[in-house]
Design a protein around this ligand. Structure first.
Ligand SMILES: NC(=O)C1=CN([C@@H]2O[C@H](COP(=O)(O)OP(=O)(O)OC[C@H]3O[C@@H](n4cnc5c(N)ncnc54)[C@H](OP(=O)(O)O)[C@@H]3O)[C@@H](O)[C@H]2O)C=CC1
Ligand SMILES: O=C(O)[C@@H]1CCC=N1
Length: 279
């Protein structure tokens, strides 16, 4: 694998910043080899000040001499990137797209470039605790796979998929997953405040309960239902609370939400809106 590869980033928002921070933390390349482009110059100048990367507002100039071109614009903006960069990706470069729903064939045809990796990270990447599911087109070389893996490892765990269909599923489960977790956290914290805890204490109780439960699950290597049964004393508080969660359709709500995100990911890939939510 090439030392200090040149990495161009098209769309320098939240996920791009997580990638820049991870790449520099793990020394995948040096800051002067990262070319970050965005339509807003104040945003790339901010990233320049924070990380020392090279700022661009012209996508075409940003990809000059790149070994990797990362696409991190919103799905609704990807067509404008295709228009600007079609046929212009350096021949030896690999494109690494994290754009939700954008298939390998769409990116490959949109840019007229065969070597494309499609990846789905998540926001805990900002602290190196993310998880990314990714897949590569047949034209991606082994050294490009190795380079992509070093970039994605800098964000946390990575899972290489042999089928692209896993990407829309991962978008719904792990890519979107932090949104479900934070909503759950928020609801728990608010419930604690409703009971009468100061918000600061409620946040501490909820955060450590979540962290402790996840670490317990990972260490115990037991089914979650087994661990839940340990909490649930006969005729006790947990049984009472779980009754009301099940009555409110908690599992079904989660399942429907994940399916809706999956359908939305597929719809984004077709440039369409998914069905309007049912009333
Ligand atoms: N956020 C998440 O949890 C995850 C997001 N993703 C995917 O990552 C991608 C980026 O998401 P995220 O970082 O959250 O988005 P952001 O909106 O934070 O970042 C995208 C950036 O690209 C800029 N931009 C828009 N059009 C262009 C263009 N033509 N050329 C260059 N830059 C442009 C935007 O500017 P402006 O704001 O002015 O439009 C913005 O600064 C999305 O496709 C998303 O599906 C994947 C996994 C997780
Ligand atoms: O909400 C979204 O569309 C993006 C993709 C995965 C997480 N956030």
């Amino acid at each position: 694998m090439k030392a200090n590869p040149t990495i161009a980033i098209i769309g320098s928002g939240v996920m791009a910043e997580a990638m820049i921070a991870g790449i520099l933390r793990q020394k995948v390349t040096t800051a002067d080899q990262i070319c970050a482009a965005d339509i807003r110059d104040e945003r790339v100048n901010e990233l320049h000040d924070l990380y020392g990367i090279k700022p661009f507002t012209d996508n075409l100039r940003a990809i000059e001499g790149a070994d990797v071109v990362i696409l991190s614009v919103k799905p609704q903006r990807i067509e404008s990137v295709y228009t600007a960069l079609k046929g212009k990706i350096p021949t030896g470069a690999v494109v690494l797209s994290i754009v939700a729903g954008a298939s390998i064939s769409a990116v490959s045809n949109g840019l007229l470039h065969p070597a494309v990796i499609r990846a789905m990270p998540n926001t805990p990447a900002q602290i190196g605790e993310g998880i990314t599911v990714w897949v590569a087109s047949p034209a991606v070389r082994q050294d490009q796979i190795d380079l992509a893996r070093s970039i994605l490892t800098a964000l946390g765990q990575e899972v290489f998929a042999d089928e692209e269909e896993y990407l829309d599923m991962a978008t719904a489960l792990s890519g979107t997953g932090p949104a479900y977790v934070f909503l759950f956290m928020e609801a728990m914290i608010d419930a604690g405040v409703h009971l009468g805890f100061p918000r600061r204490i409620s946040e501490q109780l909820v955060a450590q309960t979540l962290r402790g439960s996840v670490d317990f699950f990972l260490g115990a290597k037991a089914h979650p239902a087994h661990l839940r049964n340990q909490v649930t004393s006969p005729g006790g508080t947990s049984a009472e609370a779980l009754y009301y969660l099940e009555k409110a359709g908690f599992r079904t709500a989660i399942s429907r939400a994940v399916w809706a995100a999956y359908e939305k990911s597929k719809a984004l890939g077709k440039g369409k809106n998914s069905e309007a939510p049912e009333k």
